[in-house]
Design a protein around this ligand. Structure first.
Ligand code: NDP
Length: 504
């Protein structure tokens, strides 16, 4: 059980945050702030208090059409694509510097909006956003095609080469778990490749994306290159996916919505990259340092309140180490200080919404009913001051048929199972419709590589809770999506190849 019996109150917001929350609902289209055509707005809440804190514009179809038209013009007239790549890179670097210059304000806003601890926003979300822009800016000057020697033509008779061109207008739809990071992970490679874009943040967490639009304007990007529209997925998001002038959709979110997007985008055969859900295994072999591995396993599932696509939500521990490891993980869970996002000692904030809290609690309840035993957490803590909290939770006595083992919970809930040998654990780890990430803990280098090869996951990490990096391809196998973000592959995903062959 979590030792804490009451949750602290959310500290006061800074003046900068109050100003950001009080801004008029508006959309960033063609370099200008503009109201929505029908005047409708959406409420935004602080998950640490459950209170409404701001209202944002709910983009109509007409608003989305205006944003796409602006991005289309900006692409077609070459004001971005036609710039020297080094100039594009410099603007992206300027945006990175502006993000860093606004680190404190952006971090506070992100934490108020999403519920994550301010320390996490300061350490990860905001710096990573700047880093992503800088890394992608480097690719702007390095993307190129190649010359190919044709196989069946007399040498020198056909001059053939492949051009790598920007794919065009991109619609980028992002979720609420890492709002600014996800937005920038989409924007940065698109800009590096020479694309223009319309970004739609999640309705729950739009605030840092709106501040990002301010910074895009301040950096001096040409109008229409970056457009940011707030609105609902089923309306604004859907309009973007259907729009005939959009060339590519980049989506991060649930597998359910990913499938809808893939189906809808097929009507116009748009390019689509999908970064979807996961049910990632954490595999622990018997030779590990138990205390260190328990800390790592806890971070894998409790960081960001478990609202992470790569969360290590299924723990498989070798029989020889299972009991000691689970005791250490449960003890570790009870030490995670649950609290409001702005309290300095908070390690785990609330979930993003009352809906997400109810969803996570219902999975815990389903686990109990199906026979799982709760050895840590298992409830919404008392005295929550209106916040949407769930205690760090560990479930044992689980089997592969249980809902809590099969489905993505997207909350701080770990299930744990024993295993005896490598083949058995690889099979069990792969027995899921997802294939995003996997972690292996062992000092046995041979077992590490054997297992890494057997696991059906887009990313395999060894002896660390997560090793995501701006340079490393990020994406999944199976129903965790397709395409890769980050690294060179992530930038190339915003390009088309054109073959040119000229008889000489
Ligand atoms: P969604 O997949 O619904 O939301 C992600 C984004 O897609 C949001 O911007 C949303 O808009 C938008 N969207 C929703 N429906 C459509 C549509 N028909 N067409 C275009 N865009 C759409 O995630 P939820 O917020 O509903 O979360 C539910 C579950 O999804 C979580 O419990 C978790 O399991 C999973 N999830 C996984 C994430 C990941 O990183 N893999 C991230 C977030 C959620 P809006 O919300 O503004 O309406």
């Amino acid at each position: 059980m979590n030792e804490m019996t009451g949750i602290a109150a959310q500290p006061d917001y800074s003046d900068a945050a109050r100003i950001a929350l009080a801004r008029e609902p508006a959309l960033f289209i063609d370099g200008e702030w503009t109201p929505s055509s029908h005047g409708k707005t959406i409420a935004v809440f602080d998950p640490s208090t459950g209170r409404e804190i701001a209202r944002i514009a709910d983009a109509s179809d007409a608003d989305v059409d205006r944003a796409v038209a602006a991005a289309r013009r900006a692409f077609d007239d070459g004001r971005w694509t036609g710039l020297p790549p080094s100039r594009r890179a410099r603007l992206m670097e300027k945006l990175a510097a502006l993000i860093e210059a606004n680190l404190e304000d952006l971090a506070e806003l992100e934490s108020i909006d999403n519920g994550k601890p301010r320390a996490a926003s300061l350490r990860l979300d905001i710096p990573n956003s700047a880093e992503t822009l800088r890394y992608a800016a480097g690719w702007a000057t390095k993307l190129s095609g190649e010359h190919i020697e044709p196989a069946s033509y007399q040498s020198g008779s056909l001059h053939a080469y492949v051009r790598r061109e920007p794919v065009g207008v991109c619609a980028q739809i992002v979720p609420w778990n890492f709002p600014l990071m996800m937005a920038v992970q989409k924007i940065a490679p698109a800009l590096a490749a020479g694309c223009t874009l319309v970004l739609k943040p999640a309705e729950q967490t739009p605030l840092t994306a709106l501040r990002l639009a301010d910074l895009v304007a301040e950096a001096g990007f040409p109008a229409g290159v970056v457009n940011i529209v707030t609105g609902m997925g089923e309306t604004a998001g859907d309009r973007l996916v259907r729009h005939p002038e959009v060339d590519k959709i980049a989506f991060t979110g649930s597998t359910e919505v990913g499938k809808i997007i893939a189906r809808t985008a097929a009507e116009t055969l748009k390019r689509v990259t999908l970064e979807l859900g996961g049910k990632s295994p954490v595999i622990v072999l018997p030779d590990v340092d138990v205390a260190k591995t328990a800390r790592g396993a806890a971070i894998s599932i409790f960081a960001n309140s478990g609202q992470v696509c790569i969360a290590g939500s299924r723990l498989f521990a070798h029989r020889d180490v299972f009991d000691s490891l689970l005791e250490a993980v449960a003890a570790n869970a009870s030490k995670w200080k649950v609290g409001p996002s702005l309290a300095p000692d908070t390690m785990m904030g609330p979930l993003v919404s009352d809906e997400q809290q109810a969803r996570v609690l219902s999975y815990i309840e389903a686990g109990r009913k199906e026979g799982a035993s709760v050895i840590a957490g298992g409830e919404a803590p008392a005295g929550a001051n209106g916040g949407w909290y769930v205690s760090p939770t560990v479930l044992v006595d689980v089997n592969p048929d249980m809902t809590c083992v099969r489905e993505e919970i997207f909350g701080p809930v770990l299930t744990a199972t024993r295993f005896d040998d490598l083949d058995e654990v690889a099979k069990a780890a792969n027995a899921t419709t997802y294939g995003l990430a996997a972690t292996i803990w062992t000092r046995d280098i041979s077992a590490m590589h054997q297992l890494a090869a057997k696991l059906k996951a887009g990313m395999v990490w060894g002896n660390t809770a997560s090793a995501a990096d701006v340079s490393l391809p990020f994406g999944g196998f199976k129903q965790s999506g397709y395409g890769r973000e980050s690294g060179r592959y992530g930038v190339e995903a915003y390009t088309e190849l054109k073959t040119v062959a000229i008889a000489l």
